[in-house]
Design a protein around this ligand. Structure first.
Ligand code: ZN
Length: 326
C-alpha cells in the first residue's frame, strides 16, 4: 500500500513541531491558509518552517495567477478550502504539497481530489495526493465542534457509498477494488464504534488513501454525495451534515436491493446520538425540495456514468421513504 499513501502521516498532539524534517528537501515554502488560521497559528508555523515562506490567503487565490518559481513546496494549512487550493496550486506549479488540516470536517485531508465550484455546483477535480499529512490534534481539537460533527457525517455516509459502489460494479460494470473497499469499510467501522477525534482523523486519512488507490472518489462518494451537491444550490449547510442526512434514504433502498450491511434505522440512531441532524425540520428542508434535490442528484450520477440506487424509484415511493425516515 505504501506507493499510494502519503509518505508520511503524523496524527498526534503537537504534530506541527515535526514538520521541519518533512521540509528538509525544500528551499522555499508557499503556505495556503486563511486570515483566522494565520492570525492564530502563523507565528508558530513560521517558527517551525525555518526557511523562506510566502503566505497565500485562499480569498486571494486565482487560477493561474500565482507566480511560478515562488516556492518548491506547498502547505495547505486550514480547513477544506485551504486544502483544496493547496491541491490545485500544487498541480498548477508542479510542486509537492503537505496537508496540515486544522479541522476534521471532511475526508479530503489526505485525498488527491479537490472540491471545485462551477456554475453554482461543486464537483470533484482530480489533483495530486499530499506527500505528507500532519494532523496536529492539539490544533484540530480547538476547531468548532460542528466541524467535527460534519467530519463524522462524511465518514458515516460511507455505509451508503460503499454498498452502492458494489452494486454499481454488478449492475453497471463499474471499476471496483476490493482492498480500497476494505480500507474504507474498516475506517467506517472504527468511527461507528468510537467518537474520538484521533479515530475520526485516521478514518478520514484512510478514506483519502482509498480514493488515491482507486483513482476516483467512488468508494467514498455515491448518491448521498450527489444529493449534497444538489442541496448546495439552495443551502449553505456543511458538506458532512448534508451527505450524512441523505445517507439513510440511500441505505433504505440499498437494503431493499439486499446490498447493505447497515440498516437505515441503525444509522439514524448513531447519527442522533452523535448530534447529527436527522429530520427535515433540523435541515430546514421541505419534502418537495428534497425530492427535487434527488432528481438533480440522479442527473449528476448519470452524467458521471455512476449507478444510483435511487434510479428508477418514482416520486411516490421516494415520498413514502422520506415520510418514514425523516
Ligand atoms: Zn464527502
Amino acid at each position: 500500500m505504501a506507493s499510494i499513501c502519503p509518505a508520511t502521516v503524523i496524527v498526534a498532539k503537537n504534530a506541527l513541531d515535526r514538520l521541519d524534517s518533512i521540509l528538509d528537501p525544500y528551499r522555499h515554502v508557499v503556505c495556503v491558509s486563511d486570515e483566522i488560521i494565520r492570525g492564530e497559528y502563523g507565528v508558530r508555523l513560521e517558527g517551525v518552517v525555518k526557511r523562506g515562506m510566502t503566505w497565500l490567503m485562499v480569498s486571494d487565490y486565482q487560477d493561474g495567477a500565482f507566480p511560478r518559481n515562488e516556492g518548491d513546496v506547498i502547505l495547505g494549512f486550514g480547513g477544506g478550502r485551504s486544502l483544496d487550493v493547496a491541491k490545485l496550486l500544487a498541480v498548477e506549479l508542479g510542486c509537492d504539497w503537505v496537508s496540515i488540516p486544522t479541522a476534521a470536517s471532511h475526508d479530503g485531508i489526505a485525498s488527491d481530489v479537490a472540491s471545485v465550484s462551477q456554475d453554482g455546483y461543486k464537483y470533484s477535480k482530480k489533483c495530486k495526493r499530499p506527500i505528507a499529512v500532519v494532523a496536529d490534534l492539539s490544533i484540530m481539537s480547538r476547531a468548532p465542534p460542528r466541524l467535527k460533527l460534519a467530519g463524522t457525517g462524511d465518514v458515516l455516509c460511507k455505509s451508503s457509498s460503499l454498498a452502492e459502489w458494489r452494486l454499481g460494479k454488478e449492475n453497471n460494470g463499474e471499476y471496483f477494488d476490493d482492498s480500497a473497499y476494505h480500507v474504507v469499510e474498516s475506517a467506517l467501522a472504527s468511527v461507528m464504534r468510537n467518537d474520538s477525534l484521533e479515530v475520526l482523523v485516521k478514518a478520514q486519512i484512510d478514506a483519502g488513501r482509498a480514493m488515491c488507490m482507486v483513482g476516483s472518489s467512488r468508494p467514498c462518494s455515491g448518491t448521498e454525495h450527489a444529493i449534497s451537491h444538489a442541496m448546495d444550490r439552495h443551502s449553505q449547510e456543511l458538506h458532512g451534515l448534508q451527505v450524512a442526512f441523505a445517507t439513510p434514504l440511500c441505505l433504505y433502498h440499498l437494503d431493499q436491493a439486499g446490498y447493505t450491511k447497515h440498516k437505515a434505522d441503525d444509522l439514524i440512531r448513531i447519527m442522533r446520538k452523535r448530534g447529527l441532524p436527522v429530520s427535515l425540520t433540523e435541515m430546514s428542508l421541505a419534502p418537495d425540495v428534497f425530492i427535487d434535490d434527488i432528481h438533480h442528484a440522479l442527473e449528476i450520477m448519470r452524467k458521471r456514468g455512476r449507478y444510483s440506487v435511487l434510479g428508477g424509484i418514482d416520486d411516490g415511493r421516494l415520498s413514502e421513504t422520506i415520510a418514514k425516515l425523516y
